[in-house]
Design a binder for this molecule. Structure first.
Ligand SMILES: Cc1ncc(C[n+]2csc(CCOP(=O)(O)OP(=O)(O)O)c2C)c(N)n1
Ligand code: SF4
Ligand SMILES: [Mg+2]
Length: 290
C-alpha cells in the first residue's frame, strides 16, 4: 500500500498526542527522501493495532509502503520485511500495549539480532482503542475499567527495559514537540541497528498526561519530562543507565552503541566466510526440480 485507502475513515480524538507523532514521522521521512535522494517507497511502515497503529493510514503527503499488522506482532512482521529486503528502510509503529504488553517479547530478540530497523513507540499509558484499560505503563493506583480499585502493579519503566535488553539506539521524545521528535526519528533511522524512539503521546480521552509531563512550576509541580543535559554522552552506557534510573522521564538521545553491526551485515559476513551464496526463491525452486 503506497496509496492511501480512501475508505478507511478512522479519526484520532481532538488533542491526541498521535497527531504530533504522525507529523514527526512525515517530517523525518521527507528529510530522508531529500537528503539521501531515496524514493519514499524505499521505506516500509509497519503498524500494530491500536489508535497509534492507525498512523499508517493517517499520514499526509507522499506515502511509504504501509502494512497495518496485528496487535503485538508489528516487530515480527517488520523483521520479516527486513530479512527479505535488507535494502529497505523499515519503520515500525505501535502503542504501549502493542509493544510492551502483548508484543513485549519481540523487543529482546530483535535487540540481540540488532535488526536494522526503527521502532516508534507511542506511549499513552493506556489501551486507547479498546476504551481505556490499564497498560504496563499505566501508573500505580490509576483507576481504569480493568483496575477498578486502582492499578496494583508498578508501572513499567520502558527506557530501563530497553537498556537491559541491549537496544543499540534509544531516544525518548514528546509528541508535543514534533520537530525535535522528527530529528530523533531521523537519527534512529540513520543508526545501523535496532533503534527505539519512545514517545510520550498522551491520550486526551482516557489518560491525559499533558499537564503532568509539563509540570506547573508556579504551583510547585515538577515536570515529569525533563530534557537531558547537554553534557550527556549517549555512547556512555553507564551514563545512559544512570539517566534512565533517575525519577522522571529523560527527553533526548539516551543511548547509541558505537560501531553497531546490524544483523544483515553479520549474515553477509557469515556467507562470505562459509562461501554460501544466498539464492532467490526461483533458484531454490529450480534446485528442487528433478
Ligand atoms: C490479539 C489481540 N488481542 C487483543 C486485541 C484488542 N486490542 C486492540 S488494540 C488493543 C490495545 C491498544 O493499546 P495500545 O497498543 O497501547 O494502543 P493505543 O490504542 O493506546 O494507541 C487491544 C487490547 C486485538 N486486536 N488483538
Ligand atoms: S482514545 Fe486516546 S489514543 Fe485513541 S485517538 Fe482518542 S485520544 Fe488518541
Ligand atoms: Mg496505548
Amino acid at each position: 500500500m503506497s496509496k492511501r485507502n480512501p475508505e478507511y475513515d478512522f479519526k484520532w480524538c481532538p488533542g491526541c498526542g498521535d497527531f504530533g507523532v504522525v507529523r514527526a514521522v512525515e517530517l523525518a521521512l521527507a528529510e530522508r527522501v531529500n537528503r539521501l535522494k531515496e524514493p519514499i517507497e524505499n521505506t516500509a511502515l509497519i503498524a500494530g493495532i491500536g489508535c497509534s497503529g492507525n498512523l499508517v493510514h493517517l499520514q499526509e503527503g507522499p506515502q511509504p509502503f504501509g502494512f497495518h499488522g496485528i496487535h503485538g506482532r508489528a516487530l515480527a512482521i517488520a523483521y520479516g520485511v527486513k530479512a527479505s529486503r535488507p535494502d529497505l528502510n523499515v519503520l515500525a509503529v505501535g502503542g504501549d500495549g502493542d509493544m510492551l504488553s502483548i508484543g513485549a517479547e519481540h523487543i529482546g530478540p530483535q535487540a540481540k539480532r540488532n535488526v536494522d530497523m526503527t521502532v516508534v513507540i507511542m506511549d499513552n499509558g493506556i489501551y486507547g482503542l479498546t476504551k481505556g484499560q490499564a497498560s504496563p505503563t499505566t501508573s500505580f493506583g490509576d483507576i481504569t475499567p480493568t483496575t477498578p480499585y486502582g492499578k496494583l502493579e508498578d508501572a513499567l519503566r520502558p527506557l530501563e527495559l530497553y537498556m537491559a535488553l541491549g537496544v543499540s539506539f534509544i531516544a525518548s521524545g514528546l509528541s508535543s514537540k514534533p520537530r525535535e521528535l522528527a530529528a530523533m526519528i531521523t537519527q534512529a533511522m540513520d543508526h545501523k541497528g535496532f533503534s527505539i524512539v519512545h514517545v510520550q503521546s498522551p491520550c486526551t480521552t482516557y489518560n491525559d498526561t499533558y499537564a503532568a509531563l509539563k509540570g506547573d512550576e508556579a504551583n510547585g509541580i515538577e515536570p515529569l519530562a525533563v530534557d537531558i543535559q547537554s553534557g550527556h554522552d549517549p555512547a556512555d552506557a553507564n551514563a545512559a543507565l544512570a539517566l534512565v534510573k533517575k525519577p522522571g522521564i529523560p527527553i533526548g538521545i539516551i543511548y547509541q552503541l558505537a560501531n553497531s553491526v546490524p544483523m544483515h551485515e553479520r549474515l553477509e559476513e557469515a556467507r562470505d566466510r562459509l562461501k554460501v551464496r544466498s539464492r532467490t526463491v526461483d533458484q531454490m525452486l529450480t534446485a528442487l526440480e528433478i
